[in-house]
Design a protein around this ligand. Structure first.
Ligand SMILES: *[C@@H]1O[C@H](CO)[C@@H](O)[C@H](O)[C@H]1NC(C)=O
Ligand SMILES: *[C@@H]1O[C@H](CO)[C@@H](O)[C@H](O)[C@H]1NC(C)=O
Length: 237
């Protein structure tokens, strides 16, 4: 069917109006405190996945299942997949209800020297979350929400020894603080949670400065020496 020029113009205007509308809604909701806008999640299925999740959830009085996996074992990977999003999503979709939280990292949106393998897995988690959300929207499953969590380093022991040059700008985060913020984000259907908040600025800047400038900026912030004194998780005594 050939569109007339008028129809094209109308489509563009409608699309722009919607983009603007949701933008304004997002700004208002970013300002309103969680206590005002939070949804009721009693009886709701909230699936939280991610490597450091168990440490974050500890002390929250919730039940946590952890799995260790050999990534060279294809069978094991498929078996484990049956316990994660794959296991929960079909039921969520039937009920058009639920919330999926993917724990990624600031290293899931910005590359860091010395962390190529870690960044690869975190970029994957960010992409998974966004694609899943768009797929759900496209299928009209608007009752299900996803949140991707992109914190700077968390004090869980995984990054023992990692140094940050400007701790007032980019502090190493405490697990309890991150857990509180994740709960707020879930209650408010927030799609991306970056901690500390200054990361939103860095993510935005990254989109329009050249790569070399991005390199210099993150070098200045110490992101390239982060891992110099990295020790990693210490064996329990
Ligand atoms: C998430 O929540 C909002 C309501 O705040 C809704 O409009 C949106 O479509 C929901 N679902 C997805 C998949 O984003
Ligand atoms: C979050 O999304 C759910 C499902 O779309 C909706 O029922 C609820 O009102 C939303 N809450 C907020 C705070 O956006």
């Amino acid at each position: 069917m050939a569109h007339t020029v008028m129809e094209h113009v109308r489509d563009v205007l409608v699309m722009l109006a919607q983009v603007l509308y949701y933008w304004l809604v997002a700004i208002v909701r970013a300002i309103l405190p969680a206590s005002i806008q939070g949804k009721d999640i009693s009886g709701e299925t909230v699936l939280i996945t991610g490597a450091e999740t168990a440490s974050i959830c500890k002390g929250y009085g919730v039940s946590v299942d952890t799995y260790t996996i050999n990534l060279c074992d294809r069978e094991a990977i498929y078996k484990l997949a049956d316990k994660t999003v794959k296991a929960f999503l079909p039921d969520m979709m039937t009920r058009n209800h639920g919330h999926i939280v993917n724990i990624a990292s600031s290293a899931g949106l910005i590359g860091v020297t010395g962390l190529a393998d870690y960044c690869a897995s975190k970029f994957a988690a960010v992409g998974f979350d966004e694609s899943l959300r768009f797929e759900l929207m496209a299928q009209g499953k608007t009752g299900i929400n996803t949140t991707v969590v992109c914190p700077f380093f968390i004090n869980t022991g995984m990054f023992e020894g990692a140094k940050t040059r400007f701790p007032f700008l980019l502090p190493i985060l405490e697990p309890a603080y991150v857990a509180d913020k994740i709960v707020e984000a879930v209650l408010c259907n927030q799609t991306l949670l970056a901690l500390p908040r200054i990361l939103y600025v860095f993510f935005a800047i990254k989109g329009f400065i050249p790569s070399t400038s991005g390199y210099l900026l993150s070098k200045y912030l110490g992101a390239h020496n982060l891992m110099d004194e990295f020790k990693g998780r210490q064996k329990a005594e």
